[in-house]
Design a protein around this ligand. Structure first.
Ligand SMILES: [Zn+2]
Length: 151
């Protein structure tokens, strides 16, 4: 199991997000630099102590860590405890009910499925959700269940 924070909340849910970036955003830069840029947005512009997400998935399916899994994230109001935030790069201008393929790549779909399976091997995941399941937002720019990620 993964436990978060001093209260040791067990992680039981994954919540998907998008970065709301254009497909070509920072293309050619390594993913670590893109993660560093998102971290700057969250720390300098929003005043958070770290990037809000635990994992970031690039357009080519590369996965990089964000905030440590054992720390409570900052990605969905009132649903940060016991959840991990996974952010897909892309999704600029997306709608909540777009098809996954409209805004994201096949490599990202494969990477999401792999990451979900890998985390399930380490903690008891009961649910995979999208930000738009909890807020009136487009994020992550598709419906989790119709995209085949929901459980
Ligand atoms: Zn989101």
């Amino acid at each position: 199991m993964i436990y978060q924070g001093t209260a040791r909340n067990p992680v039981t849910e994954l919540i998907l997000h998008c970065a709301d970036t254009r497909p070509e955003w920072m293309a050619g830069n390594p993913l670590v630099e893109k993660v560093a840029e998102i971290r700057r947005w969250h720390v300098q512009q929003r005043g958070w102590r770290d990037i809000g997400y635990h994992w970031v998935i690039d357009r080519d399916g590369t996965v990089a860590p964000g905030r440590r899994e054992t720390e409570i994230g900052a990605h969905v109001e009132n649903h940060n405890r016991g959840t991990l935030g996974i952010c897909l790069l892309g999704g600029f201008g997306a709608s909540a009910d777009d098809l996954f393929e409209k805004n994201f790549t096949q490599a990202q779909a494969t990477a999401v499925n792999r990451l979900i399976a890998e985390i399930k091997g380490r903690t008891m995941i009961r649910k995979v959700s999208g930000h738009n399941d909890y807020a009136k937002k487009a994020c992550p720019g598709f419906e989790i269940r119709s995209a085949g990620f929901g459980i």
